[in-house]
Design a protein around this ligand. Structure first.
Ligand code: AMP
Length: 553
């Protein structure tokens, strides 16, 4: 008898979710190399690593990134987190409920018998309601105003449903059942959590939570890890992608004797140091075609950015008809973002718009000039781009972006800016901040597109395949593998005896540089033969000499 064929679902092939992907060897070696370089370079600038959780309260991102941004309004992966499984069971009981069919005939007013048909549904509603109210009172579901009004509303609906089952037609009752099912979903069982779409908010939250303002200032932190945004996937744009980012956070103590000019100069140095670190990192990686663009977007005051945005808005109104739908919408929601537009036909229009540099307040002008001076002092090349804006309110003064080669339209590998005030917005003390986020996926793509990967491959340890034959040779091979690995060599020890020809063939296939030949003769003599696979040459070594030789590679 043969076994029954597996059902279709059992044979289903699982695939990574759209916009996510597996990072596989040998590519992961490059990822590790990039991350090790980040640890090394950022360490030399005095940054320490922070590893915040992958999910946080939805509210944290909504408040920091902003409700009106694409990220918050449509790209976040959010879910409700709760432990109250009994409530869930009761709600499911409502959701799956169906009226028992009654005899045929046109749907009419229910008789007393038929009203009993809808009574079980009314009972389920009541059970759910009682449990929900109890949970709310005990604080087992969030005691939010939304949940409170849900309970009030639901109670009323429930009572009117009771009345309806005595008097309404089946069609009306069926509609009410559907709408009550939908309503029942509105109770929030737990807090809304979100897979982080970026990590700046988490770092600020951690700064506040751990009272980092009491530590030496500024706090310099960096992170490496996955972020999640429901974007339209394409080359260089994923739904799970990785960022390497850094933030400098500095508590501002109230100090009436503070010298404003000195403060601006100090901030400019912080900005320039951070950008220098970033460029050092890209330089170390030999990232091809790196271009740094900078701008200042002033600060939120009437004599600075607010005034400029008002002017920009009125100028945009005048040319509204010539703009595309996205830009037209942005005139209302966020006029600065119009400057981001890549639409061909909008470019000449945008070129004639007023420039923010002409509308900065004196402090922001001084700060921007100092940032440029400090970058020059550090030998960091930059290009000014007056259209470089960050769409979020909390960004101020310095903004920057870095592009690299080989990435097509998604060529930004890094974005950053100053965000004094964000920590305060999240409930912390007055704090200055500046940071950046590098798109690691794009950085890797750009490195892979670059022809010269010698830097990466030169980091690989020597790779030796042990071709052993005979029981004595096997014991010596196990021993040799242990010693070679301890010395940092990559070793492949085949689990079965192979003829030498076969062994060499497999060694080449795996990409080994050397085959260590161990037969009973070699073991008896205590000398081992190392064959260089690229040219077929052979050398004899004693074990200590062999280790020396491999260490020097
Ligand atoms: P942002 O946090 O939006 O300022 O993005 C910072 C950097 O992260 C960008 O310059 C990109 O390199 C990278 N990035 C943003 N979104 C994605 C995505 N969906 N897929 C891959 N990389 C991304």
């Amino acid at each position: 008898m043969t076994e029954a064929a597996p059902k279709k679902e059992q044979r289903r092939k699982f695939q990574a979710i759209r916009g996510t992907r597996d990072l596989l060897p040998p590519d992961t070696a490059l990822w590790n190399h990039v991350e090790e370089t980040a640890h090394a370079v950022f360490g030399t600038f005095g940054f320490g690593e922070i590893r915040p959780p992958i999910f946080e309260p939805t509210e944290l991102f909504a408040r920091s990134i902003g409700q009106d941004t694409d990220v918050v309004s449509k790209e976040m992966y959010s879910f409700e987190d709760f432990e109250s499984s009994a409530l869930l069971d009761y709600r499911n009981a409502i959701l799956i409920w169906k009226a028992e069919p009654i005899g045929s005939g046109p749907p009419g007013i229910l008789g007393t018998g038929a009203s009993a048909q809808y009574k079980p549904f009314a009972d389920r509603l009541a059970n759910f309601f009682v449990l929900a109210r109890e949970a709310f009172e005990k604080g087992n579901v969030p005691r939010t105003p939304e949940n409170e009004s849900f309970l009030k509303f639901f109670e009323g609906e429930m009572q009117s449903f009771h009345a309806k089952i005595q008097s309404q037609t089946i069609a009306v009752l069926e509609n009410t059942v559907q709408s009550l099912k939908e309503r029942s979903r509105a109770l929030k069982f737990g807090d809304s959590l979100t897979l982080r779409p970026e990590a700046t908010a988490s770092v600020c939250r951690a700064y506040i939570e751990h009272n980092m303002q009491q530590l030496p200032q500024p706090q310099k932190l960096y992170y490496i890890g996955p972020m999640f945004r429901r974007e339209r996937p394409q080359k260089g744009r994923y739904r799970q992608f990785y960022q390497i980012g850094a933030e400098v956070l500095e508590n501002v103590k109230p100090d009436p004797t503070r010298d404003a000019a000195k403060e601006l100069a100090k901030d400019a140095i912080t900005d320039a140091e951070l950008i220098q670190m970033l460029m050092t990192f890209f330089d170390r990686l030999k990232l091809p075609g790196v271009q740094l663009e900078i701008n200042s977007i002033g600060h939120a005051a009437d004599n600075c950015r607010r005034g400029y945005v008002a002017l920009l808005k009125s100028e945009l109104e005048k040319v509204k008809d010539k703009l595309g739908a996205d830009s037209q919408r942005r005139i209302e929601t966020n006029p600065l973002r119009v400057l981001d537009s890549k639409l061909e036909h909008e470019q000449p229009i945008i070129a004639t718009l007023p420039k923010i540099a002409d509308h900065l307040c004196d402090d922001c002008k001084t700060h921007y000039a100092a940032v440029k001076r400090e970058l020059e002092l550090r030998g960091v090349f930059y290009k000014e781009n007056w259209r470089l804006v960050r769409g979020l309110d909390y960004y101020m003064r310095t903004t920057f972006e870095i592009t690299a080669q080989g990435l097509g339209s998604q060529n930004a590998v890094c974005g950053g800016g100053r965000y004094d005030g964000l920590v305060e917005l999240l409930g912390g003390p007055p704090t200055k901040g500046i940071g950046f986020a590098i798109g690691e996926d794009r950085l890797i793509l750009s490195l892979q597109e670059a022809k010269d990967q010698s830097l990466v491959t030169s980091h690989q340890p020597p790779f030796v395949y042990i071709a052993w034959m005979g029981a004595n040779a096997y014991a010596a091979a196990v021993h040799a593998a242990k010693d070679l690995r301890a010395a940092g060599t990559r070793v492949e020890l085949p689990p079965v005896e192979q003829k030498f020809g076969k062994a060499l063939e497999r060694a080449s296939k795996l990409g080994a540089q050397y085959a260590l030949i161990l037969g009973d003769n070699e073991v008896a003599e205590g000398t081992w033969t190392l064959k260089t696979l690229a040219d077929g040459t052979q050398q004899k070594f004693t074990e200590p000499h062999l280790l020396d030789f491999l260490k020097k590679l």
